[in-house]
Design a protein around this ligand. Structure first.
Ligand SMILES: [Zn+2]
Ligand SMILES: [Zn+2]
Length: 134
């Protein structure tokens, strides 16, 4: 797949090519902050096929966690664009809402149900995990 995306204000744009590695919705508490309260939906794409084509994102990493994810976001409008997680090296976890065509997303698994809120919905028939798969 060839995907393009951008932040809300358009200052930062990216392209991603290759086969999606995973399509996941994450219910963890951290993702609730990033998403606004819903599960966070992401498509994992190969890092090798990913590039920013305009602008440069800011990065954030929590200093109080032993293996924090790196979150990249627009410094102008604050849109979260992607995360890079130590647990899935070589993969960029793109925020589905930043894709030019978010309908490319089909959730395959829901993770961190341990943190799920009662108003979160999990699609029927997908794999579910209390925390990480495996
Ligand atoms: Zn922006
Ligand atoms: Zn999460």
């Amino acid at each position: 797949m060839e995907a393009q995306g951008r932040c809300y204000c358009g200052a930062v744009r990216y392209k991603a090519s290759g086969d999606p590695i995973l399509q996941v919705q994450c219910h963890c508490r951290e993702c609730q902050y990033v998403s606004g309260g819903s599960p966070n939906v992401t498509i994992g794409m190969p890092e090798a096929g990913f590039a920013y084509t305009q602008g440069k994102p800011k990065q954030f990493r929590r200093k109080d966690l032993p293996q924090p994810v790196t979150r990249e976001f627009c410094g102008e409008c604050g849109t979260q664009l992607l995360a890079r997680a130590p647990g899935v090296p070589g993969v960029v976890l793109l925020k589905v809402g930043t894709l030019d065509d978010p309908s490319a997303f089909t959730p395959q698994m829901a993770i961190f149900l341990a943190d799920k809120q009662s108003f979160h919905r999990v699609p029927e028939g997908i794999a579910t995990f209390e925390r990480f798969p495996g």
